[in-house]
Each structure stands twice: as C-alpha cells, then as structure tokens.
Design a protein around this ligand. Structure first.
Ligand code: ADE
Length: 289
C-alpha cells in the first residue's frame, strides 16, 4: 500500500507515521508514505498558496493551481513506478518463455530491450483509464468507518488531500477528488489528523502489517460486534480475578464465551450496532437482557 499525502505540513504526517506499528510497516516495506508539500507548487516568490474568497467572507481559501500541481506530481510518480514494475514483470515473463525455448541470456536481454516500448505504451493507456482514488478530508464527507477502511485497503495507491484555512477552491476539488471523507461531526484545523486516522486504520488491514493476521479479523466491527474483554497477568489483581473460562483450556467453551461477551458488550455500549449484527434467536435474547 502506497500512501501519498498532499499537505502543507508534511512533517506532521511523516513524524506520526514513523512511530509504532506504522513505523515498523514502513521499515518492512509493507506500506510507503509520500508526504508532498503543496507549498512546493506555489509558483510565486512569496510561496503563498491561499487567497481571499470571491464574494467576501472570513478566512482564506487554498488556491487551485498549487493543489493541482502537487496532484500531477504525485500522479506522475505513481505512473512511473507502475511502469517500472510492470515492465520488469513483462520482461521476466518473457525471459521465462525464452528460457524454455533455449534462447541465450544475451539474446533474451536484447529481446527485452526491444519490446520495452510496447509494454510502456500499453500500460500507460490502461493507467490513464484507471482512476487513482483521491480522498479529500472534510467534515462534509461521508463518515469514515471500518467497512470503508476495508474497501480502501484494496487499493495499491491512495492520495489524501489535506485542506487548511476555510477550504480549497471548488474547481480543483471537482477536477481531482474521488471521495469526500469525514472522521466525525466536529471541525478540525486541517485534514492531516483525519488523514493519519485513515492511514493508521487502513495500514492495519494490509497483509503482514499486524503480527498475527487473525487480529484484524476478530476485532471490533468485523461483524458489527465489539471485541470481547481482554485480560493478562496477574490472575488476581487487587482481588479481581480473571474469568475462570480463560484458564480452562477448553476451546469450545472459550469461543462461546468470546461470542457471548461480544454480544453483551455491543448491546450495552453500542445499541445502534447490535441491530445490524447477525444473531441467532438465543443470542438476540441475550442482547435484550
Ligand atoms: N477537516 C476538518 N475537520 C474534519 C473532519 N471532521 N473530518 C475530516 N476532515 C476534516
């Protein structure tokens, strides 16, 4: 998964993503983070990227041109990375075929060099047709949730656009944005924190980012139920004991207990979710207790 972030504060993105699980995922090459400063595309000697709103009103509006320049630079980078990757794949595929046909290594390389341009042209065409998702973080967007995270996690590249001031010139939004996403009904000073929230959530779903692949499947929201309570040592903390079933080693009982606890917890803490969960008649009665 390659995250690209259009922002006026790239350090905010890079510093936060370099920590903890996302930091390890970057080091392991499971995710990449490319924070690009919109100011680098200001195109004027004061490096300004905002101006007064037409029609008047409070605050400043981010201009279309720097945002668009930043977007084009990211798009270019994605397309050229895909060209390199695809080209080497095509070449490797061809080499395998030529190995079978018993063609010498030198001849194979010559053949690959000759055919490179075909693959570049074909690939460019399909890349242009395929839209890379550009997510604009805005309180006006659709509220982010785990299901959306699962959808976004299927992409190879995601571009986030972080606004500041009173907003961004509508014309560039119309031109490049594919998804408007909010992280909740409150207003932040900019899109960086929401972009970080989304990247963190999506990163956990990328294969190999969490130690144990199961932990992304058995967690809260996976089937509209919250996760069951967790305990660790000591067995007796200040007179409060770990539920005995967890020490029993009986896997069937354990699974039943997890399910039951998830249902009870969801009914109590998130009654809005429990109606969406698939429950048996007996489980529904448990939820209604
Ligand atoms: N920008 C400002 N507030 C926001 C929010 N709640 N969600 C996404 N982007 C925002």
């Amino acid at each position: 998964m390659n995250f690209h972030v259009m922002t006026l504060f790239p350090n905010m993105i890079n510093n936060a993503m370099a920590e903890s699980i996302t930091g390890r995922a970057i080091k392991a090459g499971r995710i990449t983070v490319n924070a690009v400063n919109i100011r680098d595309f200001a195109g004027n000697k004061h490096n300004s990227v905002d101006d007064y709103p037409y029609g008047g009103g409070a605050g400043m509006v981010m201009q279309a041109a720097p945002v668009y320049g930043c977007y084009k630079a990211i798009q270019e980078r994605i397309l050229s990375a895909e060209d390199v990757k695809d080209n080497s794949c095509a070449c490797e595929r061809d080499k395998d075929a030529m190995d079978l046909a018993d063609i010498s290594k030198e001849e194979q390389q010559k053949e690959c060099d000759n055919t490179d341009s075909y693959f570049f042209d074909d690939k460019k065409k399909s890349d242009d047709e395929k839209k890379i998702r550009v997510i604009y973080l805005s309180p006006q967007g659709k509220t982010f949730n785990q299901e959306m995270a699962r959808e976004f996690a299927k992409e190879e590249n995601l571009i986030f656009l972080c606004g500041h001031y009173e907003g961004i010139d509508e014309r560039v939004l119309e031109e490049i944005v594919t998804d408007y996403v909010s992280i909740g009904d409150y207003v932040l000073t900019g899109g960086e924190l929401p972009a970080l929230v989304m990247m963190d959530t999506i990163s956990r779903l990328v294969p190999g980012v969490l130690n144990n692949d199961m932990s992304a499947q058995t967690e809260s929201f996976s089937d509209n139920l919250l996760e069951y309570p967790q305990y660790t040592r000591p067995e007796n903390w200040e007179g409060k004991f770990v539920p005995p079933v967890l020490l029993s080693g009986n896997h069937k009982k354990l699974a039943e207990w997890y399910r039951e606890q998830s249902i009870i917890r969801t009914a109590k803490r998130r009654p809005d979710l429990i109606g969406k969960a698939e429950l048996t008649q007996k489980e529904r009665e448990l939820a209604e207790m």
